[in-house]
Design a protein around this ligand. Sequence first.
Ligand SMILES: Cc1cc2nc3c(=O)[nH]c(=O)nc-3n(C[C@H](O)[C@H](O)[C@H](O)COP(=O)(O)OP(=O)(O)OC[C@H]3O[C@@H](n4cnc5c(N)ncnc54)[C@H](O)[C@@H]3O)c2cc1C
Ligand code: FES
Length: 293
Amino acid sequence: MSKLHADYYADAMHQINAPLERNDQIGEGTYLIRVAAEPLAKALVPGQFVMVRLAGTNAPLIGRALAVYDVVCDDSGTPVWIDLVYLKKGTFTTALAESPLGTQVTLWGPLGNGFANRRCDRLIMVSGGIGQTPMLLLGKEAMGLQDFGDETRENGWAPAVEFIYGARRASLLAGVNDFEKAGFQVTLCTDDGSQGQQRLVPDVLRDRLAELADSGESIRVVTCGPEIMMEKVAEACLAADIDCQVSMETPMACGIGICFSCVAQVRQDGPDEWDYKRTCVEGPIFDADQICW
Ligand SMILES: Cc1cc2nc3c(=O)[nH]c(=O)nc-3n(C[C@H](O)[C@H](O)[C@H](O)COP(=O)(O)OP(=O)(O)OC[C@H]3O[C@@H](n4cnc5c(N)ncnc54)[C@H](O)[C@@H]3O)c2cc1C
Ligand code: FES
């Protein structure tokens, strides 16, 4: 029988009430919020998330998971603020988009396991839709651009970072400047050809992996976005024998391992052996070959 214990229970979680200091539109239906959350900003690992609610209201009652997009330091270099990016979609994100600066939000986190920081020569981050949100921090850590979070964790473990990012149309590509400013090699794709290549991101990745096949470089791929896109990315990596991690975004209710609303089918010891894993405490990051798509 598999263990019920998870390695990433929310024991290190902080709950914080803080006012919105930014709530800026950065793309079509896409917004960036900033809140002071120092204990959280100091502890987190790229790929972790927070649960967020509007304080003092029951609509909606259940918090929503948002990946941490960025950490912002004060003048002394202390990590103080966290930035979150969200797409206006349903109940919570519509209410958040309509919230003026100063609105109190409740956050709890950091939650989940975060991406591995296994050394490689080149990290390729592949995102679709709103799946860019966990990638900025990861790329910054990989290139050693920002020293934050868990002090025992290595910073600067991939000298080259690429970002392949697709959306339905140009207006939905949000935060591209942040990725370019960080120095990542950015490739954009849109379904309608309104910006970048008119191709799907897994196809772009497949070609890039073929180009790099004889380079002798060790390559890692990480991906976040619609499940079908991640499945195709995982397939491309498996075919090329490339290490790939995925960030699962199964709907969550508690975020701390209690409700089992977030489970995904994850392989254990062999291709036919799987169990349900809670993506909030046993993920959201999994090795791609573990997921039963
Ligand atoms: C680990 C994790 C990280 C996430 N990070 C981000 C992020 O950085 N930015 C962001 O915008 N969103 C993120 N999400 C999704 C987010 O938690 C919310 O589900 C989403 O913002 C919709 O909330 P809502 O209240 O606006 O919509 P709701 O009113 O809850 O739902 C609107 C519609 O979306 C569907 N839906 C709800 N949740 C999901 C889901 N997780 N996957 C697929 N469909 C869903 C519902 O079935 C419904 O059709 C993340 C989810 C997880 C689990
Ligand atoms: S969201 Fe409740 S167990 Fe994962």
